[in-house]
Design a binder for this molecule. Structure first.
Ligand code: FAD
Length: 412
């Protein structure tokens, strides 16, 4: 459970330990802070606001999160708050079901593949208690070889505090990143598409995720515990007509519609305020300075197409936390540089996969959509999941990275 703690109190609790600031209590930030806390460190965690005001969205979590959940001792609460995603169904551009595949038969060998609401995942990761200073941001950051001086801004005023390390995890539109990295070092893919997220009641197929790849639109329905999160998207310019008119346009293009996707369309057409997501990503070409590090979407923000951004954010948080707690004999700049070398290639490979899927999914042309339907019938899910399976099979090994690093540092 998240509990609000004044920043002075968090700072005092650090005691003699390393002074670590974690910016952003999202998926990466809470994972990193809680892992460090379990190792006896006392990082200060701050958050700009509370997500609780909006209904959040659904996440499919790949098996790379399992070791993270085990180390946080929250695997059981996670399983209780999520559902297994055993099957994946794909519909073609006119609404005809193209295929239904067993995800379990491919992913079970690596661990769990489950659906969970973002709010529920935050609760699970927070465990019994996760202290955070809310409504606080970073407005200034000055780094020297010895420390980072951070200006923290809250409604009550500003405070300047000194830290040894700042972990920046304030998401895809990270404002803190702008304080350490010039804007031209952060690339963006703007698909020109966006989507509305809505929620539906659970149905009898709670282990089945469905997607429909249309011509000029897409639909996705992903079960989580007790409900189904859905997204309906299209080119940003076309969404300007608003949900009811956009839904009417989709219905005109579909020759048939499954009962579940029919409910998705009805839910969007009647939702007074569906959550709107522009489908853009970001990629920083550098994650670390001597004493700051970008983590999660702040370093590589994902398009949701492959459903792997949160998984990679949690994996990276685990690798980083492990290296910080076990690498105390290594100078911090070397440690962070080694972390970036180890993890950035993996994360960018996963991000490339999301980008490739977006190029396939986000198409206007009916002809291309028809060709894609044929290809989708022929391609095996095994092949489509190939890049993700390679990441899962080749799990990160922060202990080995640290051993190599310690040896290098000793021989200097
Ligand atoms: C619609 C949608 C569906 C998705 N589906 C999946 C999926 O199925 N599977 C999957 O693995 N991933 C999915 N993702 C991607 C996943 O949500 C992200 O990759 C993940 O949330 C990244 O975690 P993060 O902690 O880096 O960022 P976030 O979770 O976005 O957290 C950032 C936190 O920082 C806070 N913050 C922002 N600015 C500041 C500031 N200046 N100061 C302090 N705090 C700040 C925010 O309030 C937030 O709490 C999806 C994303 C979307 C949008």
């Amino acid at each position: 459970m998240l509990s609000t703690v004044p920043v002075e109190q968090q700072y005092e609790r650090i005691g003699d330990g390393p002074r670590i600031l974690v910016v952003g209590a999202g998926i990466a930030g809470i994972t990193a802070a809680q892992l460090l806390r379990r190792s006896g460190l006392r990082p200060v965690l701050i958050e700009r606001g509370h997500d609780r005001g909006h209904p959040g969205y659904m996440l499919a979590l790949m098996p790379m999160v399992d070791p993270v959940l085990d180390e946080l001792a929250v695997r059981e609460p996670y399983r209780a708050a999520s559902v297994p995603l055993n099957r994946y169904g794909l519909f073609g551009h006119t609404g005809r079901r193209i295929r239904t595949d067993s995800m379990a038969s491919i992913l079970d060998q690596y661990g769990d593949y489950r659906g969970i609401g973002r709010g529920e995942l935050i609760e699970v990761l927070s465990g019994d208690d996760c202290g955070v200073t809310s409504k606080t941001t970073v407005t200034g950051l000055t780094e020297t070889a010895e420390a980072v001086t951070v200006t923290l801004a809250a409604a009550a005023g500003t405070a300047e505090l000194e830290f040894d390390l700042v972990i920046i995890c304030d998401g895809i539109h990270s404002a803190t990143r702008e304080l350490v990295l010039p804007a031209d070092r952060v690339g963006t893919v703007d698909t020109g598409w966006a989507g509305w997220v809505i929620w539906l009641p659970a149905d009898q197929d709670q282990d089945l995720g469905d997607e429909l790849w249309g011509a000029g639109f897409f639909l996705g329905a992903y079960p989580v515990a007790g409900r189904i999160g859905a997204i309906v998207g299209g080119p940003t310019a076309d969404l300007a007509v608003g949900p009811p008119a956009f839904v009417a346009g989709i219905r005109r293009k579909l020759r048939r519609v499954s009962p579940r996707l029919d409910r998705v369309l009805d839910a969007l057409a009647t939702d007074p305020d569906p959550y709107y997501w522009p489908l853009t990503d970001c990629r920083a070409d550098r994650w670390t300075t001597g004493r700051t590090v970008l983590l999660g979407d702040a370093g590589a923000g994902f398009l949701p197409t492959a459903g792997i951004g949160a998984g990679m954010a949690m994996e990276s948080a685990w690798v980083l936390a492990r290296m910080i707690t076990r690498g105390t004999d290594v100078p911090l700049p070397d440690l962070l540089a080694a972390y970036e070398r180890a993890q950035r290639t993996r994360v960018e490979a996963a991000q490339d996969n999301s980008r490739a899927l977006a190029r396939m999914m986000f198409r206007r042309s009916r002809l291309l959509a028809a060709v894609r339907d044929v290809a989708a019938r022929l391609l095996s899910v095994q092949a489509v999941l190939g890049p993700i399976q390679r990441l899962l099979a080749d799990a990160p090994d922060p202990d080995r990275v640290l051993d190599n690093l310690s040896a290098t540092v000793r021989h200097r």
